[in-house]
Write a protein that binds this ligand. Structure first.
Ligand SMILES: [Zn+2]
Length: 547
């Protein structure tokens, strides 16, 4: 990396300088791929049993991260002067006694079959809930003032069950829900949250393969058995958070004397108005509720400036993975070497570099190894709700997740960075590192909303993940694509995502150095990083600044 870094005196025509002080460069250059390897080898060892959330192996991984932060000389920034921030969670399993029926004003009820026709969770974290309420079709269920789109039109839906479509109204116009790219309004999590904000007791999402971009099997598999949630903190939630398959949606519309195709069509219009159906959802929700806890591991390096040290730059990586499956024959340990021992190794090396530097940046630097990412970004969600420094004072979050050990990258992915006022620094820094920026190949898939940085963005912190692209030194793009496809098909979330001595961690070190350099710039520059005007997270930033 030394060679590429020699071109460090870099400034573009806009006068954006990415020049680091020599002490920072010296510290950065000591970031060592072999040390990242050592962390990955340990964290993905069979003895850690796949680092399951709430399991012994996960807790050992957390202790390891805390110990490494301590050895690097960082201060604890968790609960009560420790490195640990306790994350209380509950596991909810729907029981077979649960019933879910459509009951028309006239005629026979329709009882849906679990998993085959519907999936549903009770978010109240209680063993029993009853719902007997009219169903209101609310189209896409979106209320987005910035796109002048409101599916509710002021209709009172309190106490009702909302039937809605996933995704967002289709358009190629970049000014309208960002064109083909998915905004948060299209994600199923938004639909549930908006239903709660409107005072509904339940939500039913209609599954359509082409709209959701995944088949019913995916919905079914990720909504069967125990599902984890953060322990409720007095927030209202849904008694029924559910999906139905397309055939059941058709049956429901026929029961109401409506035409499903026509309903879907009407939903595409700005003039859409909610339709109360002459059908009720009658649901008897029975759940097994289990409380457990895990920890985020948080460490801090105080800044050098008397005033700015109250602000911070944050680095995150999840340490949890899928654990072990005792009932599975053969190798049943989900070691998670790439996902995400690599990200952990990277933030540990970044932490060491900051700590070793002879000079400190003005702002403080926070490191958080978060838990329960694989359970739905729960550890980072808790961190966002309970940050060690107020969210409005955290300038930037840089996240690392699943960074391939494939050698020297010539491309970097920073999707979401373009949403922030920091992007000019990112582009110039990438040039300095001789890394081309690879754009998001599938913005319609909404990847930005599926990784830990998103939990921080939601509370207003400008956030993005840093990863390698597809082009590696000595190989063409096709080679990189083949590696990526093979990983997805054969190893992603499989027991075979394990450590091997022939892994090459040079790329992980390059990503760590790039992340270090960006974080240093953000921690030193006069102004805090913000969102580009009009970005969907701008409002959250304004709100957190006032708190
Ligand atoms: Zn991951």
């Amino acid at each position: 990396m030394g060679g590429a870094w020699a071109a460090r005196k870099s400034a573009n025509q806009d006068g954006v300088s990415t020049r680091l002080p020599s002490t920072a460069i010296a510290a950065m250059q000591r970031i060592n791929p072999e040390r990242i390897r050592a962390h990955v080898r340990f964290l993905s060892h069979d003895l850690l049993e796949g680092r399951g959330t709430g399991a012994r192996g996960g807790d050992i991984a957390a202790e390891y991260m805390a110990t490494q932060f301590e050895l690097a000389g960082l201060k604890p920034a968790g609960d009560n002067g420790t490195y640990m921030q306790r994350v209380p969670m509950v596991g909810v399993t729907p029981e077979p006694q649960t019933t879910f029926s459509f009951v028309p004003n006239k005629g026979a009820a329709l009882n849906l079959k679990p998993l085959e026709q519907y999936v549903a969770y009770d978010e109240t974290q209680q063993p029993h809930s009853e719902v007997d309420a009219p169903i209101v079709f609310v189209g896409y269920g979106i209320d987005a003032p910035e796109y002048k789109w409101d599916d509710y039109k002021g209709v009172d839906v309190r106490g009702k069950v909302l039937l809605m479509l996933v995704n967002e109204p289709p358009s190629d116009d970049p000014q309208f829900f960002k064109g083909r790219a998915l905004t948060y309004y299209g994600r199923w999590t938004y639909k549930y949250e908006e239903a709660v904000r409107k005072g509904a007791v339940g939500a039913i999402l209609i599954h359509q393969t082409e709209m959701a971009s995944y088949p019913w099997e995916v919905v079914r598999n990720s909504n069967s058995g125990e599902k984890s949630f953060l322990k409720l903190e007095n927030a209202p939630v849904l008694k029924v958070a559910s999906w139905i398959n397309f055939d059941s949606a058709r049956a429901l519309s026929e029961m109401a004397g409506l035409d499903l195709a026509q309903m879907l069509n009407n939903a595409r219009s700005r003039d859409f108005h909610p339709v109360e159906m002459p059908v009720k959802l009658k649901a008897h929700m029975v759940s097994k509720v289990r409380s457990f806890a895990s920890n985020n591991v948080i460490a801090m390096l105080p800044g050098s400036d008397k005033r700015l040290k109250a602000e911070a730059v944050l680095y995150t990586a999840h340490y949890d993975h899928l654990g072990i499956r005792p009932d599975m024959p053969g190798d049943n340990i989900y070691n998670g070497a790439r996902d995400n021992a690599t990200g952990c190794g990277i933030i540990l090396e970044v932490a060491r570099a900051y700590s070793d530097a002879l000079q400190r940046p003005a702002r403080s630097i926070l490191f958080a190894a978060v838990t329960a990412e694989e359970q739905g970004l729960l550890g980072s969600e808790y961190l966002g709700k309970h940050p060690p420094i107020p969210a409005g004072k955290i300038s930037l979050d840089l996240n690392f997740d699943d960074v391939p050990p494939l050698g020297a990258p010539e491309e970097v992915e920073v999707s979401g960075a373009e949403r922030t006022t920091f992007y000019s620094v990112v582009t110039v820094m990438a040039k300095t590192f001789r890394l081309a920026i690879r754009p998001d190949a599938r913005p319609e898939a909404g990847h930005y909303y599926r990784s830990d940085h998103f939990s921080l963005a939601r509370v207003g912190i400008p956030s993005f993940s840093i990863n390698e692209g597809l082009k590696y030194k000595g190989h063409d793009i096709e080679w990189g694509q083949t590696q990526a496809d093979e990983y997805t098909a054969k190893h992603y979330h499989q027991p075979s995502d394990e450590y091997s001595p022939d892994m090459d961690f040079l790329g992980d070190a390059v990503i760590a150095r790039f992340g270090f350099a960006l974080g240093w710039m953000a921690a030193t520059q006069l102004k805090e990083v913000g969102w580009v005007k009009g970005d969907e997270f701008e409002a959250a930033r304004v709100k957190s600044a006032g708190e």
